[in-house]
Design a protein around this ligand. Sequence first.
Ligand code: GLC
Length: 446
Amino acid sequence: MPTAPSAPTGPIEWFKAARFGLFVHFGLYSLAARHEWVRSREAMSQQDYDRYLERFDPDLFDAGKLARAAREAGMRYAVLTTKHHDGFCLFDSALTDYTSVKAAGRDLVAEFAEAMRAEGLRVGLYYSLLDWHHPDFPVDRHHPLRGTAAEREPRDLARYRDYLHAQVRELLTGYGRIDDLFFDFTYPGMGPAEWGAEELLRTVRELQPGIVVNDRLGVPGDYVTPEQYQPDEPLERDGVPVMWEACHTLNGSWGYDRDNHDYKDPGLLVRMLVQSVACGGNMLLNVGPTGRGALDPRARGTLAAIGEWMEPHARSVHGAGPSAYRAPANSLYTQAGNRLYLHLPVWPLKHIHLPGLAGKVRYAQFLHDGSEIRFRRLDGTQHEHNNLAPPGRSADTLTLTVPVGRPDVLLPVVELILDEPGEPEQPGQPEQPGEPGESDQPGEEA
Ligand code: GLC
């Protein structure tokens, strides 16, 4: 029997229950509008890249609007790029002038944290371990200055490490309670030793005891971070289940990418979210505000469409997790306590067979409109075409009868109320007349 999820206790519990968050990539690269790696991809000198610094004016960056859009999309937390690989900081740092405060008089991290809290969202900060602006960050293969004389300049990694630790301290002491920290990223040559990861992680937990931290310092954190791919089963490390969060873009780019129209449609995104929950993970969905800091219409529309689905369906996501029951083909289960949620990306013809559930379901309804779904125990002996029943169909199969027309929602969901574990099974309901010409008897048989 599946066990009911326990009440939230430790820091990871809010994160697990939240299931859905907003990722926000904003920075100087948003003005270039051709991917957040633009400086590296085009091997731009600092001087070339400074043209974006000179133009930086986030006059349309409205953290309140962003927070509302996230909440209305059904998101429970949000993560902002406080500094990306280009080194530009969206916060007031005493350690550099390369900040939004110096460039435009705006501490966007402060605005963001305050606005998210005001909408009841948890606050997450992304911090890039790479820094192509810092004079002591190694000129390696990702660095925009690779292949230039800069490769031969002396660079003192220990000095960069101090900077990195001190900036993380600024972020975790200057902005109230921070719920989530997303470091990015470790690669061959730059890893835990270079970042001083163990010490940094200790400091993080000391400064913000309730925080959850990802795994990209190269040492285990509280959750792992599949990026732009969708796990389709629970993730484990050495046979032990791990908490995970899949991060996804709308169109393949994290930063605003004007000419990229490779968008995932909202229906796909909702399926990815539900698949994450069904496999014990979260989904962090990214938006890249424009050069002026606003969400473009496509991002706004996508969030609104997801929100329209989330409004009636949130309880199959928030506080839900994997089910011990095995979902039939082309469907996904999530479960919260004694409520089992059957998600139907492919609409069936009239009947859905649920193995193992006969005698266990007290009531069934569509989640979008609360309309009853009738059901019965599959009993081959009552079928005229008994010999056509698939041989593997077990007697404990429950059969739902659904309308021929697919409900007009991004992803139809049937909510099954299970008998509480340990409770006696419900007595059989009286048989009700089936549709003419149908041998099915809606209403469960004992
Ligand atoms: C990758 C990319 C980076 C992006 C991040 C999001 O590490 O380098 O641009 O911010 O993924 O997870």
